[in-house]
Design a protein around this ligand. Structure first.
Ligand SMILES: Nc1ncnc2c1ncn2[C@@H]1O[C@H](COP(=O)(O)OP(=O)(O)OP(=O)(O)O)[C@@H](O)[C@H]1O
Ligand SMILES: [Mg+2]
Length: 304
């Protein structure tokens, strides 16, 4: 692994004004992605995953911290953003212009910066029949549209592609195909991925490293193998325990007990304390410091 990260997120904060106060959507998030690496960000709905993606793209202003993409500090979006980073959104129905042909959609990031690219070549790479080049999104299936969105993200050959839940709107049978496609692209192009998902099992076969996010903070980060074999943070452990497997296929995972703190409130102590099975007195009053152990980082007073 190269020493210079493609993406470096340093202690960023994002808050939104809402009725009754401010929501701290990102509350000191730090993360690095190295060339050719697939890093997954996993966490429950509302923990800040999409906000993180938007901040990296320059779409979301940050109130504190720094984001560096390929050595450049991100300050808003630029016309040639597509060279720095590609983006695949969750909903392939909403992310493509219905009035544009597939070929035009794929080429658009290149057109914007005046570069000539070959749509058919990109389509081949993402497994789309070249006859689709003159068709419109409504003539394609969800999985095919997501391939178009991936092609579009790749057209300017950015060193990093962000995917925000790219399979969650798709049928189960199609999901594995898209995951395999992303793996193939990484192998062929050596580009890095920041892959956002709400579930740990999906990312197990894709990611090199996983960041587990809870209420605006990455509470644990480590290699996929280490994280699955020995989760340290009780939240990671709870996510793993609640993930569906063959034994549990017939019933939905139990939700974690306890209340999630109001994101508008200033959190005293550990943000996971109210739902944690390892909770101690100190957890409710003192915010845990970052611990670094053998390439693993986590914030916890009483880890597994
Ligand atoms: N534009 C906004 N205005 C106000 N609050 C917002 C806005 N965007 C996000 N939030 C809040 O910020 C927090 C993080 O939201 P975000 O969409 O990043 O979560 P997420 O992890 O992507 O969730 P999901 O898994 O449901 O997509 C949530 O509390 C959300 O309500
Ligand atoms: Mg989201």
């Amino acid at each position: 692994m190269s020493e210079t990260p493609i993406l470096k997120v340093e202690d960023i904060r994002v808050s939104f004004p809402v009725q009754g106060g401010m929501v701290n959507a990102l509350d000191g998030v730090s993360l690095e992605v190295f060339p050719g690496e697939i890093v997954a960000v996993v966490g429950e709905s509302g923990c800040g995953k999409t906000t993180l993606a938007r901040a990296v793209l320059g779409l979301q202003p940050i109130v504190d911290g720094t984001i560096t993409l390929n050595g450049d500090v991100v300050r808003g979006t630029t016309k040639d953003n597509g060279r720095r980073v590609g983006m695949v959104w969750q909903d392939p129905y909403a992310s493509l212009n219905p009035r544009w042909t597939i070929g035009r959609s794929i080429l658009e990031p290149a057109t914007l910066v005046g570069e000539k690219r070959n749509a058919i070549e990109v389509m081949k790479e993402v497994g789309l029949d070249e006859r689709f080049v003159d068709r419109y999104p409504k003539q394609l299936s969800g999985g095919q549209r997501q391939r178009v969105a991936i092609g579009r993200a790749l057209v300017l050959q950015p060193p990093l592609v962000i995917c925000d839940e790219p399979t969650s709107a798709l049928d189960l049978s199609i999901r594995a195909q898209i995951l395999n496609l992303l793996k193939d692209i990484r192998r062929e192009r050596q580009c890095a991925f920041l892959y956002i998902s709400h579930d740990l099992t999906t990312v197990r076969f894709l990611a090199d490293r996983i960041a587990v996010m809870y209420l605006g903070k990455i509470v644990e980060m480590g290699t996929t193998e280490e994280l699955f074999s020995h989760p340290r943070h009780p939240y990671t452990k709870a996510l793993l325990d609640s993930a569906p497997n063959l034994d549990k296929l017939m019933h939905l995972p139990d939700p974690l007990p306890g209340e999630i703190p109001d994101p508008k409130e200033k959190i005293l102590g550990c943000r996971f304390a109210s739902r944690c099975r390892n909770v101690q007195e100190v957890c409710r009053v003192e915010s845990p410091a970052l611990r670094i152990e053998e390439g693993r980082t986590f914030y916890c007073h009483n880890p597994f």
